[in-house]
Design a protein. Structure first.
Length: 642
């Protein structure tokens, strides 16, 4: 109890002093320019909230999103003249006393900004269960927001809270909430009376939907749903009033709001009633005028395809599904991804044979001296089979069948810090090895899997830290390459194997995802995808374009921490998915990439910390070619102890 550390009179005196200081410095909101609060702009002009979206393209899934929210359901202003209706805010000076902020819930506390905050003890609190508290500190131009707030003792207790620098475009870390479910600030998305009276709202508005998707898109950072239905709106989804919707009959406050919804749109920010747009509390609102908004149907809106998150904006925690990192213009600009001074050397660490290391929990079941038999029947299609890259030896171990066994091909190439990438670089129908050097953004590719084969392609694509992928993006029979940028979810694809500009810039995934590529629908062209390790889920698209895309397929396979890869395991003409378990060398392959389910093939191949690859390694799988060693080399493959 507090009284065990403080005498009650002393406690009362201390609290009284703190309360007095906290309340005395709370000044009434001063008169201000319509576009500012407390002399502070609501974020820079190029902030997502302030972007003109009239030229942004319509999202290809717009109709389904609108129907899920309610095409016939009417718009609703969630504010009015009632002082308890709407979300209040207050402006305080830069001398406002800081008070402690506590977050009882440990999970929400981990995603909240710690106090103290300069929030007056008598700051207005939104009515209802949301109980938001919004404070702008003039001078510092910092915004402080709390959710589920209540004044307790000498400070505030809240469910979650965040602070925002109004002079910066910085976002919450990806996966973090704020005082809003979407991880967004609240105040810049409110319709404010003084703006309406000036004749124009120059920013997007915040609105709620009853059912949202377990996903968020830029600039949102958090989801609030367990539903993966792709037709439900993710947090951050942006809508605008259609250009063909006639607003000539609307007057006054409603007309100004509708014009803003046409130019700046509105963003999904929280779960709640469908089509409820948010506004700041003000007794001067004209309720009769605002009620005109209640005649506008959901069908008057369309979802726009957000062109993108600027390169370099942090998206950190890959814990949410179906995130899109858009680009800055309606037609995504091709970004040059060329390192200016690429390293032109290839470090090789020859190792003629594998050096298997047995584990106490594994039983070696295949002798290293086992030989291949020529009795296996080549498949009618091009079956792609497993392989691994062993960083500790800079060596690829490739197998000509999707079965437990020893490697049929061993070839040393690259350095321990390189990332493996394989493809048919010359169109001969055989996949050969390559590496990508993350430190320099360089690809090193070979047209042969023979030990000591020369480098045939060396070029730069991407930036340090990017991750490689390969695929036949244009269906010409020759694989191109690509890189996934883990910091922002951008994908750059190139058809040619030379240094230069990317042919396609796409948006798919979030920070922490791992890229994959394959022909998911059997159309003869490869397209990208991502694997979200913490969800053990693939998100795959059939598109190759200059665009932001939503996944066409979502499939869960493996467990958290598995490494993804893809290949045509059955020679069926379309790629399946697979995972490699780094902890024990187990591989799980699934033929159908379009949905979750059990693996079709389970294999033991490789050792912990290998990296998986897949390809059609020889002209006739199971029969040695002249480019392969005459005897197979073991890849330290083990079966679990019984």
């Amino acid at each position: 109890m507090i009284t065990s550390r403080w005498t009650r009179p002393a406690l009362i005196v201390c609290l009284a002093v703190i309360v007095a200081l906290s309340i005395i410095s709370f000044q009434p909101t001063p008169a201000q320019a319509a576009g500012t609060i407390g002399g502070c702009s609501m974020f820079p002009a190029d902030n997502p909230w302030n972007q003109d979206i009239t030229s942004w393209p319509v999202h290809p899934n717009s109709a389904n999103f609108i129907n899920s929210i309610g095409a016939s359901t009417k718009l609703h202003p969630d504010f009015g003249s009632d002082p308890t209706y709407g979300i209040p805010y207050v402006v305080v000076p830069n001398t406002q006393t800081n008070v402690p902020i506590t977050y009882p819930d440990p999970d929400l506390r981990a995603e909240s900004d710690p106090g103290p905050f300069p929030i007056p003890l008598n700051a207005p609190v939104e009515g209802g269960s949301d109980a938001h508290v919004l404070v702008v500190q003039s001078g510092t131009c910092m915004l402080y927001e709390l959710w589920a707030a209540q004044q307790v003792g000498a400070g505030w207790e809240a469910g979650s809270g965040a602070k925002w620098d109004l002079n910066s475009n910085a976002l919450r870390p990806a996966g973090w909430t704020s005082a809003d479910a979407a991880g967004l600030p609240i105040l810049p998305g409110l319709a404010r009376y003084e703006e309406v009276m000036s004749g124009a709202i120059t920013h997007a508005l915040r609105f709620t939907v009853q059912n949202s998707q377990r996903a968020y898109i830029y600039p949102a950072r958090h989801f609030a749903s367990s539903d993966t239905n792709p037709n439900l709106p993710p947090m951050g989804l942006r809508l605008r009033l259609r250009a063909d919707y006639n607003i000539a009959g609307f007057t006054g406050e409603s007309r100004v709001i509708l014009e803003a919804l046409r130019k700046y749109g509105m963003m999904v920010a929280d779960n709640g009633s469908n089509w409820y747009i948010s506004g700041a509390t003000n007794p001067n609102w004209d309720d009769d005028d605002l009620n005109q908004l209640k005649t506008v149907p959901g069908s008057a809106f369309e979802v726009v395809l957000s062109p993108g998150e600027p390169t370099g904006t942090a998206t950190v925690t890959p814990t949410r599904t179906l995130t899109r990192t858009p680009s800055k213009t309606a037609t995504p600009t091709i970004t040059r991804s060329v390192t200016a001074t690429p390293t032109r050397t290839l470090t090789q660490t020859p190792s003629k044979t594998a050096t298997p290391t047995s584990s106490p929990t594994r039983t070696l079941t295949l002798a290293p001296t086992s030989t291949r038999t020529a009795t296996s029947t080549p498949a009618s299609g091009k079956i792609e089979t497993i392989g691994v890259f062993r960083p500790s030896q800079s060596t690829f171990y490739l197998r000509n069948s999707n079965t437990t066994g020893v490697a049929d091909i061993s070839t040393t190439f690259g350095a321990a810090t390189d990332l493996p990438v394989v493809g048919d670089w010359d169109g001969d129908g055989i996949a050969t090895v390559g590496v990508y050097r993350p430190g320099t953004g360089e690809f090193f590719l070979r047209d042969s899997n023979a030990q000591g084969a020369p480098i045939t392609h060396q070029f730069v694509l991407g930036s340090p830290g990017d991750m490689p992928m390969a695929g036949d993006w244009n269906g010409d029979g020759i694989d191109g390459v690509g890189v996934f940028r883990p910091t922002n979810g951008l994908i750059y694809l190139k058809n040619g194997l030379t240094t230069g500009f990317a042919d396609f810039t796409m948006v798919l995934g979030i920070a922490g995802d791992v890229p994959v590529a394959g022909d998911w629908n059997g159309d003869g062209k490869d397209s990208p995808g991502v694997y979200r390790p913490n969800l053990a889920t693939f998100f795959l698209t059939n598109q190759v374009c200059n665009c932001s895309v939503f996944a066409d397929y979502q499939a869960t396979l493996g467990v958290v921490g598995d490494s993804p890869f893809a290949g045509d395991w059955a020679g069926s003409g379309h790629s399946g998915i697979g995972v490699f378990r780094p902890s024990n060398g187990l591989i799980y392959l699934k033929h159908d990439p379009t949905g979750s389910g059990f693996a079709d093939i389970n294999i033991v191949f490789g050792i912990p910390n290998d990296k998986p690859v897949a390809g059609h390694w020889s002209a006739a799988a199971g029969i040695a070619s002249v480019s392969e060693p005459s005897t197979p080399v073991p890849a330290a493959t083990f079966l679990p102890a019984r």
